[in-house]
Design a protein around this ligand. Structure first.
Ligand code: OGA
Ligand code: MN
Length: 264
């Protein structure tokens, strides 16, 4: 089965139209979506209208859910433990993941896999989300830098840098990962959760980490999505970073989100 896709940039992202994902995809559609994800890493599926339960059922055809712990800023959509409602009120306040480039749930194993984010209420302008391809970023490095990074690992911790490493949610991942379907290699680093390179101090790690973040988020490796009603975005947390833009006020923004974990 072929999807109706339109690439957004040469490296990253595609619009997909002509689907109704409110019913669970059959095997052929699931495989076509997985194949499109392997090629584009971010899919913007247009004209969807999914309830939290439908979003969960869609996500779970790909992988097991990440269950977020309860906290003051976390709202479960329709009380479902797999689906968060990301609420930002007209008065402002919390934007989930606001404040930097990151990938979801890199601080544990299994780590974050595909995240599913569906627009429910959007501000008239603003609240765009940036995405960056860490594959394009890796490919643009010199052979010497690529070889060095292939030999390195990094420590990812829930509370991020400048805080003690979290007692349970701290893991070490290789800095370069390879896509099992395409063989593409990508940088697996983000400044929200990486505290240091394995075997090095945070101070030693910081200059290279910051340089790599600047490199990964170069314009050529990114896209900026202006959300439209009905958009459902799926991104691959293993090979992309994303950035929620906290640039609007006076209007609410509501999204529903289901994050999944790498299948074994
Ligand atoms: C997320 C996230 C981005 C946004 O759901 O993990 O970072 O623009 N959201 O809401
Ligand atoms: Mn996020």
């Amino acid at each position: 089965m072929t999807l109706n896709t339109q690439a957004i940039t040469p490296h990253l992202g595609a619009f997909v139209c002509g689907l109704d994902l409110s019913r669970q995809p059959d095997a052929a559609l699931r495989d076509a979506l997985e194949d499109a994800m392997a090629r584009h890493l971010v899919l913007v599926i247009q004209d969807q209208d999914l309830s939290p339960a439908q979003l969960r059922d869609l996500a779970l055809t790909f992988a097991p859910p990440h269950l977020h712990h309860a906290d003051d800023n976390v709202h479960f959509a329709d009380g479902l433990p797999e689906v968060l409602e990301l609420r930002r009120d007209a008065e402002g306040g919390h934007l989930f993941g606001g404040g930097g480039w990151h990938a979801d749930v890199t601080f544990q194993k299994p780590a974050g896999y595909f995240s599913f984010l569906h627009a429910r209420v959007l501000p008239p302008v603003g609240g765009d989300t940036g995405f960056a391809s860490t594959v394009a970023a890796f490919n643009a490095l010199s052979p010497g830098m690529q070889a060095m990074l292939r030999g390195m690992s990094a420590v990812h911790s829930y509370d991020g840098p400048d805080r003690p490493e979290h007692k349970t949610l701290t893991v070490t991942h290789p800095v370069v990962r390879k896509h099992s379907m395409t063989g593409a290699e990508g940088l697996y680093l983000n400044t929200m959760f990486v505290t240091r390179f394995d075997g090095m101090t945070p101070e030693e790690s910081q200059p290279l980490l910051l340089w790599l973040e600047a490199h990964m988020t170069r314009m050529e490796f990114t896209l900026r999505l202006r959300w439209q009603p009905g958009h459902l975005v799926i991104w691959d947390n293993r090979f992309t970073l994303h950035y929620p833009s906290n640039d609007f006020s006076g209007h609410p923004r509501r999204m529903i989100r289901c994050a999944t974990l790498e299948p074994n």
